[in-house]
Design a binder for this molecule. Structure first.
Ligand SMILES: [Zn+2]
Length: 200
């Protein structure tokens, strides 16, 4: 299978970086599944189960798992651990498939050289437009690169042509159906997807 790249400039850029991550993970084919937990260890990230984070108060804990459970997917601690690793927490109320995308975003931040303290910059005057734009750009870059690493373009296109549904493709790569649909749309493959889905 020849490796192909998405038609958009942005898509190609994210795909190139994603390919770098996949290569680093030792994957040879775009059809291979990436294990984000293995890659996280190489990226000096320590994924800790939510229950083991003792710094949270009972109230905060209850909020994060209760009323606020849909408002966060996971995150990195802004201060590194004494051994240099960065602590990552994933929302335990989310599925394993959603964890894959969240964790890959954090891995991408590391590989793309985004600094955690840059993310935390706050303008006391309240004029945070510039910071917010910057944050938005790097969040998009990290999320999109991570998504492309999990569901690379050539593999996605091949499975679409094989007539597989987004759900089946999601199962193949160990990600959520929503992530596969996002990749299909952003890669401009939706037309091809519908054509193969509804034929015969
Ligand atoms: Zn992020």
């Amino acid at each position: 299978m020849n490796r192909e790249f998405p038609p958009t400039e942005k898509g190609r850029r994210y795909e190139m970086r994603a390919q770098g991550l996949r290569q680093f993970a030792g994957l040879k084919k775009d059809i291979d599944r990436l294990d984000p937990f293995e890659l996280a260890a190489h990226a000096n990230l320590l994924v800790v189960p939510f229950e083991q984070v003792s710094a949270l108060s009972e109230g905060t804990r209850e909020h994060l798992l209760g009323a606020g459970k849909d408002a966060w997917s996971g995150g990195a601690a802004s201060i590194p651990l004494p051994d240099g690793r960065t602590l990552i927490i994933l929302n335990p109320t989310h599925s394993k498939n959603r964890h894959a995308a969240t964790l890959m975003e954090e891995v991408s931040h590391v590989f793309l050289g985004h600094k955690a303290n840059e993310l935390a910059v706050k303008d006391p005057s309240g004029k945070t437009t510039k910071t917010r734009d910057y944050n938005h750009a790097i969040e998009e870059e990290a999320y999109s690169t991570g998504a492309a690493a999990l569901v690379p373009y050539s593999g996605l296109k091949k499975l679409i042509i094989d007539g597989r549904t987004a759900r089946e493709i999601a199962r193949h790569y160990g990600v959520s159906t929503a992530l596969v649909e996002f990749r299909i749309k952003i890669s401009r493959l939706w037309g091809l997807y519908e054509k193969h889905l509804f034929k015969g």
